[in-house]
Design a protein around this ligand. Structure first.
Ligand SMILES: [Zn+2]
Length: 161
């Protein structure tokens, strides 16, 4: 394609780009919008930092509303707003158990579960991880999912720390 044929008045409009990006893509008829921006529509979120929020660590929650500042999540049937920087976002449902380090100094945590446990991606049930299974069936929802051993969830250094 020859370059230099663009009219001299051609300009990219950031305003149009912003408007387009805020429209969920799945509502758009195929080809109706020319979006080439790396902004997937996020529908799921989980805690990305070890923050004292009423969210279960490792559990995915459905996003009800997402702005540049915060995400409103469906937490036990009620909307709950969380700063976006404290969340990990996903466009598609995650179908793997999250491996979570056992809490320190939590008297009600069963010591027989060892150093870590898993959180079901579907119903958020917690389950012990015995013998390092690669996949596990949830006792509560009966879903069979792989275990995300490679994630090292919440064990990475915190950004800015
Ligand atoms: Zn489950």
């Amino acid at each position: 394609m020859p370059s230099g044929n663009l009219p001299s008045t051609y300009s990219f409009s950031p305003l149009n780009a912003t408007l387009s990006a805020s429209i969920p893509r799945y509502f758009s008829p195929r080809g109706a919008l020319l979006i080439h921006m790396p902004t997937p529509a996020f529908h799921w979120a989980r805690l990305g930092v070890d923050a004292p929020l009423p969210l279960r660590r490792g559990a995915w929650y459905r996003i009800l509303k997402l702005t540049s500042m915060e995400a409103t999540l469906n937490v036990k049937g009620k909307p709950f707003a969380v700063p976006r920087g404290q969340l990990e976002l996903a466009a598609e449902p995650i179908l793997r158990w999250t491996v979570v380090a056992a809490p320190r100094g939590a008297p009600r945590f069963p010591t027989s579960w060892g150093q870590q446990y898993a959180v079901c991606p579907s119903c958020r049930e917690r389950a012990p991880l015995l013998d390092q299974p690669t996949a596990m069936r949830c006792q509560r929802c009966n879903g069979l999912f792989d275990v995300a051993w490679d994630e090292h969830y919440l064990t990475k250094a915190q950004p800015g720390a």
